[in-house]
Design a protein around this ligand. Structure first.
Ligand SMILES: [Fe+2]
Length: 204
């Protein structure tokens, strides 16, 4: 697999292997079937190409950041949420894609590996889902919040584990963040349930 998407998959597999909390959760299969998906660009790709890689990541993370940017114009990017749910600014400066999974660019039935990007100053509202999840920061940084523990600022190589149905949220401050996350268990492709905003009490 020497095309941009094949290189991206290989870089993601290496990143999972090099990130202990991901490797302990699941390995990515070596040679999964590949789906023929049409590219779907999103507005955030302009910023992604400008800001990533930032130079702060190293090793497998830097290689993966470069591979995401290198394959960006072939990826089926998704937004999932509506403007009513997350706001227009969020939708203009964020995007994600399913690299591996039941509906991903690469196919497997029992695991999802997805990559997500957020520009600076965005809040991914509190949400929850049946799947167990481990996020890892590829490049940049953000703050993870999860029910039952204090908010934590994370940067390249750091991870955040979310148990099934454990509410969690993510926000970026002064830098963008590029992440890779794994989902396993029930509800692999379910859309997360957004929860009421805990700071303002406003419904989402
Ligand atoms: Fe999540």
């Amino acid at each position: 697999m020497t095309d941009p998407l094949g290189r991206l998959y290989g870089a993601a597999r290496a990143f999972v292997g090099a990130t202990p909390a991901l490797a302990a959760f699941r390995d990515l299969p070596e040679a999964p079937d590949r789906a023929d998906k049409a590219p779907n660009p999103v507005p955030a790709l302009v910023q992604l190409a400008r800001d990533v890689p930032s130079g702060a990541a190293s090793g497998a993370g830097a290689a993966l950041a470069e591979a995401v940017v290198g394959a960006a114009d072939r990826i089926d990017w998704l937004l999932t949420y509506t403007e009513d749910q997350v706001g227009a600014d969020f939708l203009a400066r964020y995007g994600w894609f399913e690299l591996l999974g039941p509906t991903g660019h690469f196919r497997t039935d029992d695991l999802v590996a997805f990559v997500a990007y957020w520009g600076p100053g965005l809040r991914y509202p509190w949400h929850r889902h049946a799947a167990e999840e481990v996020y890892a920061v590829i490049d940049g940084g953000c703050v993870f919040e999860a029910e039952g523990r204090p908010a934590r600022a994370v940067t390249a190589g750091d991870t955040s584990h979310h148990a099934p149905w454990q509410a969690h949220a993510l926000r970026t401050v002064d830098q963008p963040v590029l992440t890779l996350a794994l989902h396993a268990g029930e509800g692999l492709n379910d859309v997360p349930e957004l929860l009421p905003d805990r700071e303002t009490g406003a419904p989402r």
